[in-house]
Unconditional design. Sequence first.
Length: 183
Amino acid sequence: PGAGKGTQATRLTQWLKVPHLSTGEALREAKAGGSRVGLEAALYMDGGKLVPDDLVLQIVADRLSEPEYQCGCLLDGFPRTLNQDEALDKLLTQRSRRLDLVLELACDQQELVRRLLDRAKKEGRVDDTPAIITHRFEAFLQQTAPLLQYYRDRGLLHSVDGMQPPDAVFEEICRIVDSVRSG
C-alpha cells in the first residue's frame, strides 16, 4: 500500500495503450454505485480489511469480460493472495490468456506510511488512517508477500526500487516491460 501502484499503472497503461484494471478503484466504484457487491465490499473496506476473495474475483471476472479488456490489461493490486492467484490462473486459462510479468514496487515501510497519510489528507480517503494502515501492512505481510516468491519461482517477478522519484521508477518499469516483450 502506498508504493505508487496507481500512479505507475496509469502511466504504464497510457504507454502500452491497454486498459487499467485497479481492483481498489473497481471496489470503490461498486461501493459508490450501491451495487450488492459494492455494499458488501464497503463493510470490509471501511474497516481497513481486505475484501474477501469471492467478491474481488466477481468484480475482476466481470471486468475481464468487457470488450475493452479482450486484448489484455494491466492488473493493479490484484491478485493479493495465493487463492486469488489460483482463481486468476483458472480464469485466464479458460480464456486462453496468461500473465506476462509481475512488478513489485519495493519501498521502505516508513516512507509508505508517510505517503498514505499524505494521500488521506489530499484525497479525503477514510481508509488511510494510522490504525488501518498498520492493519493493511500486517495483511500484506501475511497474505500478499508470499506471492512475491511464488511469482519469482515462475520467472514472472521483477522488482523496482519504489523509493526513486516517480519518473525514474517509470523508466525502470519501461525497460523491464521492453525486455519481456522482446524476449
